[in-house]
Design a protein around this ligand. Structure first.
Ligand code: ADP
Ligand code: MG
Length: 281
């Protein structure tokens, strides 16, 4: 198991493992008022601290709803979702960074001010905000763009500002809802490289929703495959590729096997809901 080996080898990760809670989801079910069927049902899985888990499944199967439930923004009707503190075993509220498909930047704020929003909301004074903001922009390759406005940025740059903003509060958990779905293939690959690099160095727990099988396999320790609505987890696929990952892995037979296995699972469980062409992105 690469994750366990890395935890042993990297001292900061063993510290992180004691601080980041473990996610447990048991028998979770969600139905919206007036909805004919549940959005997701009988969902159960656990996510170990510092691991990277992707959720994949056809459109409308409840991925975003499940992610919001995991963030505590929606309550499941049945079942339990708990971020379990490593020592006390109590359910706690971890520091969560949430990234949406749209970068959701404030157009009247510069890049610097957008990144600083969470720090301002916490009442941090400018002299403390400045160095944090500079460091975050460096992490996402945006040094020198502090005074630009969102309308002057490409889609990939906007998404990097959104990432920098989420990182300012030093999250223990990152929830990402199809963050790169609107980007072109080259930018998307770049963003995957950036994300994997940030995660590898910082090791927040990542829960990543995507439509792309390739992206899920490239980034994740595990891929949870969901069926069409009502979304259920039809498989929990461990991705046994070493870290750090890069694009040379796309020809690795293990990578290709995982991609083909997950594609066939989605097709089998979604019927007409997803065409094969939608799975290749
Ligand atoms: N607030 C809501 N009220 C009623 N129905 C909703 C609400 N949010 C989502 N849904 C419905 O739940 C289903 C699953 O949505 P969603 O979780 O966004 O799916 P996915 O992210 O997998 O595409 C959809 O049919 C959607 O219309
Ligand atoms: Mg969604």
């Amino acid at each position: 198991m690469p994750l366990i080996r890395e935890i042993v080898e990297m001292p900061e990760l063993s510290k992180l493992a004691t601080e980041v809670p473990r996610l447990t989801v048991e028998g979770a079910c969600k139905r919206f008022p007036g909805g004919l069927s549940a959005v997701y049902e009988d969902i159960g899985f656990a996510v170990e601290p510092g691991s990277f888990v992707s959720l994949i499944g056809p459109s409308g199967c409840g991925k975003s709803t499940l992610l919001k439930s995991v963030a505590g923004l929606l309550k499941p009707d049945q079942g339990e979702i708990c971020w379990e503190h490593a020592a006390s075993r109590e359910c706690i509220r971890p520091e969560i960074g949430y990234i949406f498909q749209d970068a959701t930047l404030l157009p009247w704020f510069s890049v610097r001010k957008n990144v600083e929003v969470p720090l301002r909301l916490r009442g941090m004074v400018p002299s403390l905000r400045d160095p944090v903001c500079r460091e975050m922009l460096k992490k996402v390759w945006l040094e020198g763009f502090e005074d630009y406005y969102p309308k002057e940025l490409s889609g990939g740059m906007k998404m990097r500002v959104s990432l920098a903003r989420a990182l300012t509060l030093n999250p223990q958990v990152m929830l990402l809802d199809e963050p790169f779905g609107a980007l072109d293939a080259i930018t998307r690959n770049e963003m995957n490289r950036l994300l994997i690099d940030l995660w590898f160095r910082q090791r927040w727990t990542a829960l990543f929703v995507t439509h792309s099988v390739n992206e899920a396999v490239m980034l994740s320790d595990r891929v949870l495959v969901m069926s069409a609505r009502p979304g259920r987890i039809v498989d929990d696929v461990a991705i046994d590729l070493p870290h750090p990952r890069n694009e040379s892995m796309v020809s690795d037979p293990r990578y290709l096997n995982h991609v083909s296995h997950i594609r066939s699972l989605i097709l089998a469980s979604s019927g007409e809901a997803l065409r094969p062409s939608q799975l290749g992105k």
